[in-house]
Ligand binder design. Structure first.
Ligand code: PMP
Length: 421
């Protein structure tokens, strides 16, 4: 029973784990964009296991690919050859623009960003990293240091050589949507707080955990130029924004018109399988050529087979196009809702990576954190599971599996309207 699960969890699982909702939801089954609890009650999943279930819960093609590989060979090691990891690397590299052609598979976003940091430092010979105040990049000691938000900090040594730049947040930042002005802060930071030469810059192209913040216009091109002028490489954290989620592009950085040197990806890559990757140029990858770096599970046959199926499904089912179409319908309906409810301060995002910032007062923008909590609970009671985040916990994050339909989007907005009323 649910009560027994709660008791087991409290006794045997780390208290560092937390749950959403006053009374936790128990999920026992998932089917495409829907989740089912222990009583068989259906929910529309608007958070996709934290932006991870990209093509749908238990998508039949992913399940079949995993089942097939699972009974053929579950695991081997990269010290032997296996076709799955090799073919998968090629298929993933084919999805990358420019010179981004060398893949290294790991198991999580944190590991991917650890690897990216190591590559940036090994390749440039520099140490200092620039990142953003609202950024989220992982929970390993190294990547925790990249996170700017206090919520994610533990009392451990972290963040050596990491400088957090002002968040280029068009809604809350002092310079509105003027990316050049926020970029000037990075120039100051490099001049005043680093050796003058940096290893690199890492950012999400739309911040996820930090509250669906779309970086101000022109920010990324300006910062990439600056960072390269100071010897650094540019890393795009595509853990949430990749695989077509923004609708308008397969990778989030393509929306910003930049070409990163290193791209990290996780979550949606495996539709829920523990899989992640770093993709970089042959030149940067070569900086590790004479050093051994090893990962036991990275790109194991089962996850590779699943990841390959995800790529096929995205292509064949027009998943990115669906994210664009349903996402823009959702965005326009949410904007209409903003006219009705003063609580909604800002509506933003692209494709199926949307955010809604709730404020007590549109003039002061005081975060409506408690109000969000109430709407969140009521939406759950009416069958919609939402995500939340942002520095003040006052941003709804809407990132459903990308197979969601227009009818689902209408249901979500109707439920939100009702809950807010
Ligand atoms: N980068 C981003 C943008 C993320 O959202 C996350 C996870 N929320 C990570 C990295 C870390 O991924 P993981 O939890 O798989 O280590």
């Amino acid at each position: 029973s649910k009560e027994e699960v709660i008791a087991l969890r409290k006794k045997y699982l780390s208290p560092a784990m937390f749950w959403h909702f006053r009374e936790p939801v128990m999920i026992t089954e998932g089917k495409m964009q829907y989740l089912f609890d222990e009583k068989g009650r259906r929910y529309l999943d608007a958070f996709a296991g934290i932006v991870t279930v990209s093509v749908g819960h238990c998508h039949p093609e992913v399940v079949a690919a995993v089942d097939r590989q699972n009974s053929l060979l579950q695991h081997t090691t990269t010290i032997y050859l296996n076709n799955e990891i090799a073919e998968y690397a090629k298929e993933l590299a084919d999805k990358m623009p420019g010179d981004l052609k060398v893949v290294y598979f790991v198991n999580s976003g944190s590991e991917a960003n650890d690897m990216a940091l190591m590559l940036a430092r090994a390749y440039t010979g520099n140490y200092d990293m620039i990142t953003l105040r609202n950024g989220y990049h992982g929970m390993s000691p190294e990547t925790m240091g990249l996170c700017g938000q206090h919520t994610w900090k533990q009392p451990i040594p972290q963040g050596f050589g990491v400088r957090h730049a002002m968040n280029p947040d068009p809604y809350r930042g002092p310079f509105g949507n003027d990316g050049q002005k926020y970029a000037a802060d990075v120039a100051d930071l490099i001049a005043g707080a680093t050796s003058g030469q940096v290893a690199g810059f890492i950012a999400e192209t739309i911040q996820g955990v930090g509250g669906a913040v779309q970086l101000a216009d022109g920010y990324l091109p300006a910062v990439h130029k600056l960072v390269r002028e100071h010897g650094g490489v540019c890393i795009a954290d595509e853990v949430q924004t990749g695989f077509g989620r923004t609708g308008s592009a397969f990778w989030g950085f393509q929306n910003a018109g930049v070409m990163p040197d290193i791209v990290t990806m996780a979550k949606g890559i495996g539709n829920g399988l523990p899989l992640a990757a770093v993709v970089t140029t042959p030149e940067i990858a070569a900086s590790l050529a004479k050093r051994i770096h090893f990962n036991t599970f990275g790109g194991n046959p089962v996850c590779s087979a699943g990841g390959r199926a995800v790529l096929r499904v995205i292509e064949r089912e027009g998943i990115q196009q669906n994210a664009a179409a349903v996402g823009s319908h959702l965005l326009s309906r949410l904007r209409a809702l903003q006219q009705k409810h003063d609580l909604i301060g800002d509506v933003r995002g692209r494709g199926l990576m949307l955010g809604l910032e709730l404020v007590k007062d549109r003039a002061t923008k005081a975060p409506a954190t408690a109000e969000l909590g109430e709407v969140f609970e009521r939406m759950k009671d009416m069958g919609v599971l939402m995500g939340k985040g942002g520095l003040y916990g006052n941003v709804f994050r809407i990132k459903p599996p990308m197979c969601i339909t227009r009818q689902d989007a209408d249901f979500l907005v109707d439920v939100m309207d009702h809950a807010m009323s």
